[in-house]
Design a protein around this ligand. Structure first.
Ligand SMILES: Cc1cc2nc3c(=O)[nH]c(=O)nc-3n(C[C@H](O)[C@H](O)[C@H](O)COP(=O)(O)O)c2cc1C
Length: 383
């Protein structure tokens, strides 16, 4: 008898993944309900939405709910945001000491003004000393739990940080780095620059490098790996309203051509399942129904569902109401690639990042900036 030992497609520290695929953290989206739905289709690592370190240290009820996982989530992955090394370290301590996560990702990519204005998210790697302190302390405090870094190319074309940040993170002991191929100034506009991802892969040699940006179809993921040499991919907007993309990605990386091509009936079922899982997550049907409304346009994009039906679904009030509305759809309408495939979710236009005063004057923190790093981030949400 021959025993075959399968090689993981991607290892992040001790975590061995069968498919080199990571669900990108998305605020307001990648809660346990959406992660469970995606996992029902595919394999990979499914990251929480961003959690504010300060709020975790303060154990706000909302944050404790956001870091909760369903028992079926065998790999618990939490993304932390923070600007103060001590607070990030303390938040990591809670996750590790209380056995609340198997993987911790650090957010250095968020371009939202209320985050960058405080020097956080995509503004932070510009300050090499602060960035180094956060990743070193987080990685050390996490011990055997792998810590990864997710970042952008830089603040803008003139303030590029990803190569320095990649090397600093590697030296600090992180388990992998992921690059979204845009600057903060680009927000979600234009096309992600995959050549930067290839350059990071050349520069960071001892840990996996993951590529992120504009993977809409499984074929895009294969192409990214082919063009950049990355060890894995991080997929965000492409799976909005299409949790089965993770099935396609697992198939594609296993060398199969099998793809999910759901007709309208299957889409309606997935939408209903998502809502049910949200009811479990929120513990309230009303809140779940309000939340699922933002997913309507994504699920039904490209399917011939009329304006009235869309409007009614986007105002759904209960699961019974949802069943009535979904019952009116023609379940036999087939998948038509055109309209369904391609870009979805946020796009927007470039904008000048909001930054703390004098942030760009020096790549090191000034004493005044160090003083000002008292976190005031309890209402921060990612992006
Ligand atoms: C609605 C939304 C929320 C997001 N929230 C986060 C977040 O909490 N943390 C983070 O690191 N990135 C966040 N992002 C960025 C994504 O993780 C990802 O880097 C970006 O969307 C590019 O990948 P994509 O082209 O596959 O969407 C968010 C993106 C979107 C669209």
């Amino acid at each position: 008898m021959t025993t075959t030992v399968s090689t993981p497609a991607l290892s992040i520290g001790p975590i061995a993944l069968d498919s080199p695929v990571v669900l990108a953290p998305m605020a307001g989206i990648t809660n346990t309900a959406f992660r469970r739905l995606c996992r029902e289709y595919g394999a990979g690592l499914y990251v929480s939405e961003m959690i504010t370190s300060r709020a975790l240290v303060e154990r706000t009820p909302e944050t404790m709910r956001l870091i909760s996982h369903h028992p079926s989530e065998s790999l618990r992955s939490v993304q932390l945001y923070g600007v103060d090394p001590k607070t990030v370290e303390a938040a990591v301590g809670i996750l590790v000491d209380e056995d609340r996560a198997d993987h911790i990702d650090l957010n250095f990519g968020c371009p939202v003004p209320k985050v960058t204005r405080r020097g956080g998210g995509s503004a932070l790697p510009w300050k090499r000393d602060l960035f180094g302190a956060i990743v070193r302390r987080a990685a050390r405090r996490a011990g055997d739990i792998p810590v990864t870094v997710k970042m952008r190319i830089g603040i803008d074309e003139s303030h590029v940080t990803y190569l320095d940040a990649g090397r600093i993170a590697e030296d600090a002991g992180v388990a992998a780095v992921a690059l979204h191929g845009r600057t903060a100034a680009q927000h979600y506009s234009g096309k992600a620059d995959w050549t930067a991802i290839a350059k990071l892969k050349e520069a960071v040699t001892s840990i996996p490098v993951l590529g992120n940006g504009d993977i809409w179809q499984a074929e895009d993921a294969l192409r990214m790996v082919d063009e950049t040499g990355v060890d894995g991919v991080v997929v965000g907007r492409g799976c909005l309203g299409r949790p089965w993309l993770f099935g396609d990605l697992a198939a594609a990386f296993a060398g199969s051509d099998t793809r999910f091509r759901p007709g309208l009936g299957q889409v309606a079922d997935a939408f209903r399942r998502h809502a049910e899982l949200l009811v479990e997550f929120f513990g309230e049907e009303d809140r779940a129904c309000r939340d699922i409304r933002k997913h309507v346009a994504w699920y039904f994009k490209g399917y011939p569902v009329g304006g009235d039906a869309r409007r009614e679904l986007a105002a759904v009030e209960s699961l019974a109401h949802m069943d009535e509305l979904l019952g009116r759809l023609d379940r036999d309408i087939p998948y038509v690639a055109e309209g369904i495939e391609g870009q979805r979710g946020r796009a927007g236009s470039p904008r000048t990042p909001a930054l703390p005063d004098g942030w760009l004057d020096s790549p090191e923190l000034t004493p005044a900036q160090r003083e000002a790093l008292i976190e005031d981030e309890s209402d921060t949400r990612g992006g």
